[in-house]
Design a protein. Structure first.
Lengths: 220, 322
């Protein structure tokens, strides 16, 4: 029993490897002076981007189960979400602490005046709440409320994509300028959210079962 | 014409760009004799003024590797930073990637068509333009993304060229166009931008003596990633106004359309003068990070060239004409 609990699956190892890789690489790049001519902004933006990648990965878990029947991702969802939070927290820390040198007055002004910053802060608060309540103890304490709270991540994902698009020299309303990356992430998120709509989810899993059944038939 | 600037008081003689540039003494020391004769010839008239400015500057800042400083005493950014951190979307949106991607960009032969509402339109080879008096100017460059650099340009006053083609009385604006060539500029195939890059100035802005067409930096030929062979530099405006790889200059009577203004008019105004009090709708323009520095610094009105250029906009509401 104890043995089973401590065994680390290869998926788990992979997640933790990629969880720390961006942090370690960034640290090395900063220390060796290889983080662009504008290292503070580059680090800030990279941590933000990595946070988005992990958020997307965590939101992909349920759809992957729906589409493939492979159940492991569900068990790894929490780790992915916590890495998303870790990089969001680093992104925030670099923004407030290094970029703005803890000039809290300025940060407060930006938060109230710039929707782009306010959106980032909002997504940060959502991730913080989910990270704190991500443990089994909270799940038991909160019962049904836990699931409702954790569903706010869908909203968080949408906010984050808008925050990402607003950070670039792009125009969302006319879909022009430097918008490819936010567009790709937005499309991914859209697909992942669509796959959660119960009717579509049922359709997808029925389809998978049919494919599996025919595969079994032919392999016999 | 461009020397009759009323705003230039004796004290601000220290902040004229000619004066700055003439930290040229240090410049020569670093670059050696090779480029010395050309630069000396170009700068001969204002020798004395420059010397005193240099001395003033030396007193207030620690010299950087080149020893070059702008008229406010800010050290110039390194050649490496200036040539490896570029916004040049025709190549890539990755600032660090532009240098590598632009290596094979062809800058010869290169012609610039100057026309529109002028008496003497003409097509100039880039080497014809190098015959205009080449000056050295150490300018601050403030990007709309809130970072900045200090860059020792080499170039000539746009006014010199415009006077030669004789603008007609009806000419009110100058429109610039970048080369359109998908083979050399891979991103020009992207449907998200109204290529080719275009920019514009009011005629008096274009004639202003601070406005130059740059042909080099740090005394060397202009690197491809910085807009070779010819780019505009308007130091009191956000960097995107300083259009690169120019092939066409047109004098027109209407406000010309510009690339970023077409993408988002509310965010990238025609004037786009550096102004800490007029924010970009999405982010603050109050402060900036000078490349190479740790803390942010306050952004200066007209990027610190207020005494030189504020008169161009007297009586204008800068909040409305952003």
């Amino acid at each position: 029993m104890a043995n089973r609990r401590t065994r680390i699956t290869s998926t788990q190892a992979l997640i933790h490897f990629f969880g720390w890789l961006p942090f370690v690489v960034t640290l090395i790049q900063v220390m060796t002076g290889n983080m662009t001519a504008n290292p503070i902004q580059a680090v800030e933006q990279r941590f933000g981007r990595v946070a988005i990648y992990f958020l997307i990965a965590s939101l992909a878990c349920t759809p992957i189960v729906t589409l493939t029947g492979w159940r492991e991702p569900i068990k790894r969802r929490r780790a992915l979400g916590l890495y998303a939070f870790m990089y969001a927290a680093l992104h925030f820390t670099v923004f407030v602490g290094i970029d703005y040198g803890f000039d809290l007055q300025q940060v407060a002004r930006l938060t109230t005046e710039k929707p782009f910053i306010l959106l980032g802060m909002t997504a940060g608060v959502i991730l913080l709440a989910l990270a704190i309540t991500s443990f089994k103890w909270w799940m038991r304490q909160m019962g049904k409320g836990w699931q409702n709270l954790h569903r706010t991540i869908y909203l968080g994902g949408v906010i984050v994509v808008i925050h990402y698009a607003l950070a670039r020299k792009a125009n969302i309303s006319t879909v022009s300028g430097d918008i490819i990356q936010p567009l790709v992430i937005g499309f991914l998120l859209f697909t992942l959210l669509i796959l959660r709509i119960p009717a579509i989810r049922r359709l997808a899993s029925n389809f998978r079962q049919k494919v599996n059944a025919s595969r079994m038939f032919y392999s016999r | 014409m461009d020397n009759s600037l009323k705003s230039v008081t004796p004290r601000s003689s220290e902040i004229t760009p000619e004066a700055t540039y003439f930290s040229r003494r240090d410049f020569l020391k670093t670059l050696g004799i090779a480029s010395a004769s050309a630069i000396l010839a170009a700068c001969a008239p204002q020798g004395n003024k420059s010397l005193s400015a240099t001395e003033t500057n030396r007193g207030v800042t620690a010299p950087n590797e080149s020893g070059l400083v702008d008229e406010l005493g800010n050290p110039a950014n390194s050649f490496k930073d200036i040539t490896n951190y570029n916004n040049y979307y025709e190549f890539t949106t990755d600032k660090e990637g532009v240098a590598a991607q632009s290596v094979n960009f062809k800058t010869r032969p290169w012609t610039i068509e100057v026309g529109g509402l002028v008496n003497k339109p003409g097509t100039y080879g880039i080497d014809d333009l190098l015959k205009f008096e080449q000056k050295e100017r150490i300018y601050r460059l403030r990007c709309v993304e809130a970072w900045s650099m200090v860059i020792p340009w080499k170039g000539f006053q746009l006014g010199d060229l415009l006077r030669k083609v004789e603008p007609q009385a009806s000419a009110k604006y100058v429109a610039f166009t970048t080369l359109f060539d998908k083979k050399q500029f891979p991103s020009q195939g992207s449907p998200f931008y109204p290529w080719p890059y275009t920019e514009g100035l009011r005629l008096d802005e274009a004639m202003h003596r601070l406005t130059i067409l740059a042909t080099g930096l740090y005394g060397k030929e202009l690197p491809n990633q910085n807009g070779a062979p010819l780019r505009l530099v308007v130091p009191w405006k956000y960097g995107f106004k300083s259009i690169k790889a120019i092939v066409k200059i047109d004098l027109v009577d209407q406000v010309p359309s510009t690339l970023w203004n077409t993408i988002s008019a509310r965010e990238y105004g025609f004037y786009s003068n550096v102004n800490p009090n007029v924010d970009h709708p999405r982010w603050s323009q109050h402060s900036e990070r000078r490349i190479g520095e740790f803390s942010r610094r306050d952004t200066l009105m007209f990027n610190g060239y207020e005494s030189e250029v504020a008169s161009l906009y007297s009586g204008m509401d800068l909040n409305a004409n952003y």
